[in-house]
Each structure stands twice: as structure tokens, then as C-alpha cells.
Design a protein around this ligand. Structure first.
Ligand code: PBG
Length: 323
């Protein structure tokens, strides 16, 4: 044997030197849930260690993440049922607490990167991402609502818009709305290949945002499809997306890889609630080592080609590397 790969694994110095994939806190985007009210910190049962915050408790939480090296966040609103309607009008209302949270976070921590969610579902009494008429989820008619939502978020100071409804023509339309209103520096990270996945369960519990009827298969992608992800990514790229996202991450590593090979802009991946919940649950049972398993999961997403990873593990990972 003149070739023995084990020689390059014989001690930790050599192993570190030849390590191909680096993962640091700069690659992570931490999802945070905000609701209206005061002094709220409610744990999400299916995502232990993750909470619904009110703005006053959220600000110190953001600060503690920054101290650990997490500087990138994505914010999701939990809206009370009485404020939801068929047109998601609360999403751009003047007194909207989510917009207020964006404003306050960016006022207090101007250097961080804050990303939003642009979709109707948290605000919709139908629980769908688009306008519903006669049981059909409408594509083009939803655009003006998303335009108003995006403009309100841009005015509040958001750094990155995250259009997440997987319907057609979103990126181009929102890019125009931003540019016409002189928000040329606001970025768009498109949920380009978002699958109709079973792994969103804990998130929908957290926000109480599950569809009231039907499912999301007429807009989210079929898990069986990969070439279609290339088409979706191509359209978002041409419409002016700054980054392309794949979601979920671990069951779709091949999709992350193929987008990375085919597009010259950054690729991100959403390590969704159900993926994280599996590791939380198995660790609580003593079946997996939490720190080792979550680090390995994040590393695999990065190795597949993700530049950025949205993950509920962000804070725990940051704590781990600090030690
Ligand atoms: C929808 C949206 C979803 C997630 C983020 N934005 C789920 C859905 O389609 O219901 C899921 C994220 C997660 O599971 O962590 N706008």
C-alpha cells in the first residue's frame, strides 16, 4: 500500500490542516419569534430552547446572541387570531408590532443583518401564503399585498426581504417595488426551492399558522423534484435575487449542491423546525449527543454548498464554539 489516507488523519493538527469545510457563527442566521405584548418569553414546546418573545424581552436576547458572535437574524411574527383577515391587511398596518420590532432592533443594533418573512400566512385567516378565492390560492392577485408588506418592512429598516410563498414572479415584482421607492440596498433572499415538507410542523405550532383547509402543494415544491429547483432558482436569479435558498436543508442536500454548482450567487439553506426538533427529541431521550449531532448536521449543510444556514441551533452552536 503506497497510498494510505489514514496518514492524513493521524493527529489533530494534520486533521485540522486538511479540513475541507469551515463552519463558523458568521455562516448562521438565527430565527426569532416575536409577538405583541410585554414581558413575554414563552417556550415553543416542539422546539425546546426557542421562545416567542415580546419586543422588550427580545432586545436583550438579541444582545446576548451578538455577544456570542451571532450577527444575523430572521424575525417571524405570531399574530393573534383576531387581527387576521383574508387579505393579510395587518401585515402593513401602521401599528403593526412586527414592524415596530424591526425598527427597535435596527435602532439598537444597527450593524446586524435582519431578515424578514414576506408571505401572507402569519396574517391570513385562511392560513395560506396567498389570497384564497373559492378554494383556489391566487398567484398574481397576491402580489400587491406582498408589495405593501415589503415596502412597510423596508421602511422599518429591514436589511433582507425573505419572500417565502413559492409562487411565481415574486422576486421581480418586489425588486421593482424596492427600487421605485429608493430602497436599492435592501436585499432579497428568495425561498427559491421550498418543498411541501412534513418538517415545518413545529414552526406552524409556534406561529399557529397551519392552513385552515387543504395543503400547500399547489405552490410549494414536490419533494420528488430536483430539476424543477433549477428552474425556480433560474427565475429568481433572473428576477434579481441576491441569494437563493433551499428549504428544508438536510433531506435536500443534493438540491443545495446542484444550486451551488449552477449559480454564481450565494446559496443558503433553511435547517427547518422539524429537522432541529428531531435532534432535540432524540437528545432528550439520551439517544443522541446533542452538541455532536447538531454540529454534524450543520456541517453537512455547509459541505453541500450552503454559504448561510438559517437554524434554531445558532445560539447553541455559538455557545459551543466559544467553549
Ligand atoms: C411560510 C414559512 C414556513 C416556514 C418559514 N416560513 C412554513 C410553512 O410553509 O408553513 C417554516 C420554517 C420552519 O419549519 O422552521 N411562510
Amino acid at each position: 500500500m503506497n497510498i494510505r489516507p489514514r496518514r492524513n488523519r493521524k493527529n489533530s493538527v494534520i486533521r485540522a490542516m486538511v479540513e475541507e469545510t469551515k463552519l463558523g457563527t458568521e455562516n448562521l442566521i438565527y430565527p426569532l419569534f416575536v409577538e405583541d405584548g410585554k414581558a413575554i418569553k414563552t417556550e415553543i414546546k416542539s422546539l425546546p430552547g426557542n421562545y416567542r418573545w415580546s419586543i422588550d424581552t427580545l432586545l436583550p436576547e438579541v444582545e446576548s446572541c451578538i455577544d456570542l458572535g451571532i450577527n444575523s437574524f430572521v424575525l417571524f411574527p405570531a399574530i393573534q387570531e383576531s387581527l387576521k383577515d383574508t387579505e393579510a391587511s395587518y401585515s402593513y398596518a401602521n401599528d403593526n408590532f412586527y414592524l415596530d420590532a424591526i425598527r427597535k432592533i435596527k435602532d439598537e443594533f444597527p450593524h446586524i443583518s435582519l431578515m424578514s418573512d414576506v408571505a401572507m400566512d402569519p396574517y391570513s385567516s385562511d392560513g395560506h401564503d396567498g389570497l384564497v378565492k373559492n378554494g383556489i390560492v391566487l398567484n398574481d392577485e397576491t402580489l400587491p399585498i406582498l408589495g405593501q408588506m415589503s415596502l412597510a418592512q423596508a421602511q422599518a429598516g429591514i436589511d433582507i426581504l425573505g419572500p417565502s410563498d413559492m409562487m411565481d414572479g415574486r422576486v421581480g415584482y418586489l425588486r421593482d417595488v424596492l427600487d421605485i421607492n429608493d430602497y436599492k440596498d435592501v436585499s432579497i433572499m428568495s425561498y427559491s426551492a421550498k418543498y411541501a415538507s412534513a418538517f415545518y410542523g413545529p414552526f406552524r405550532d409556534a406561529l399557529d399558522s397551519a392552513p385552515k383547509s387543504g395543503d400547500k402543494k399547489s405552490y410549494q415544491m414536490n419533494p420528488a423534484n430536483k430539476r424543477e429547483a433549477l428552474l425556480e432558482a433560474q427565475l429568481d436569479f433572473e428576477e434579481g435575487a441576491d441569494m437563493l435558498m433551499v428549504k428544508p436543508a438536510t433531506c435536500y442536500l443534493d438540491v443545495i449542491h446542484i444550486l451551488k454548482e449552477n449559480f454564481e450567487i450565494p446559496i443558503t439553506a433553511y435547517n427547518v423546525s422539524g429537522e432541529c426538533a428531531m435532534i432535540y427529541a432524540a437528545s432528550q431521550n439520551g439517544w443522541l449527543d446533542y452538541n455532536a449531532a447538531m454540529s454534524e448536521m450543520l456541517l453537512s449543510i455547509r459541505r453541500a454548498g450552503a454559504d448561510g444556514i438559517l437554524t434554531y441551533f445558532a445560539k447553541d452552536f455559538a455557545n459551543l464554539v466559544k467553549k
